[in-house]
Design a protein around this ligand. Sequence first.
Ligand code: SF4
Length: 447
Amino acid sequence: MRILLVRPRRMDLMTAFGGITCEPLELETLLPVCRQVGRTELYDGITEERRFTDVLLAFRPDVMALTGYLTQEREMAEYIRLTKRARPACTVIVGGVHAQLNYRRLCWPGVDYVFRTESADWFRSLLEALDRGEMPIGIPGLCRREGGRFVETPYEPCDIDTLPRPDRSGWAERADWFRYLDFARLSTLKTAVSCPFRCEFCYGRNLHGGRYQPRRLELVMEELEEVPGDTVFIVDSDFLLEETRVEAFLDALEERGIRKTFLCYGRADFIAGHPALTARLCRCGFRLFLVGLEGIRDQRLEAWNKGTTREINEACLQVLNACGADCMGLLLADPDFTAADFQALYRWAKEHGLRYTSVQVLTPIPPTPLYERKKGELLSNDLRQWDLAHLLLEPVHMGRRVFMLRYYWLMARLVLLGWRRGAYHFVTPAYLGRAVGRWRRRRAALR
Ligand code: SF4
């Protein structure tokens, strides 16, 4: 059996610019089991310049398994169309974090299965059944075609300690692509899934049945010892949740003599409440903390069920500044913003020493509680606009164009502020020239 794993391309500004690109960890985790079942190739549309149809004709897959996010549904549909055109008998499986929660959206004509769980073992069961020419039955979270309609088995979160170690054999060849802003040649590591908090807008916390599960630390450390590259981005929704686990992680780093640079997500209240532990994290190599500050008004933080306050956000920044670490301040532009709110956000970032700031437009992503509350008010059904940089809800205090102009102006000022403070220095004329060349070559790849 020949299996083609596909991560779809994205041609939005951020991907074209290449400022934030991670390795295809989801698919790298499936690679070991796929290779046990048959010949497997991973086609990463983000970094790939070969035409997809050429790959289909040369590799002749029996199974094409595809991931993708909400904003990539159009591209996903195109990969499926091209596959069925070049290889009509090829079985198409759609999976990943978007499929896990929004699977009914993906039961398209060319799709044979929607695979919703993270389990590599169940994925292998599916492939083995297909290889034997049998109907896959009894696999949790599988939607399959039966008599012209889709039938589904209930989703069950798998035990993530059973996941195989990702196969990163393709990392070195593509390492120049993988970066988080100034942090280049990045490896990606996952040590937990979901999150026990209940922020109203958050998609990630609903994954894995909404059940937070940290991986056994021993497994994490074994994987970390093999991770290529000197910089590791821990992509847990929130790595800084349990004080004892973070301490144990640092103990293990020291015992095993692992020296790397780390980036991770963490909550403001954890950092503010653990200055000594944060200082130790920094001594052990943690350089950038991505913190969902979200806002600077307590009423908004409360309405979003964030569980933090402006005071906590400021205390968090004080701790990080004292440690000499950077905060990537993740903030939200609420359609309820006034002109003064945009201005206040900039002033606040400036006063509190932020170098890296990302402001996203508040977006109701299905099936979050925010989406359920606001789905009757959406301004557009165009999924490309769910990229957190478009207005999907009517602004309350100004017109849509004025809101977006203020938003872009705020972003531009924050980037300039960061630049003056020494951030984003990877953006050189040579870097931009390379990004444009890559974009041109990749534009022709989805054919
Ligand atoms: S703390 Fe972060 S990861 Fe957890 S629910 Fe809130 S936004 Fe999501």
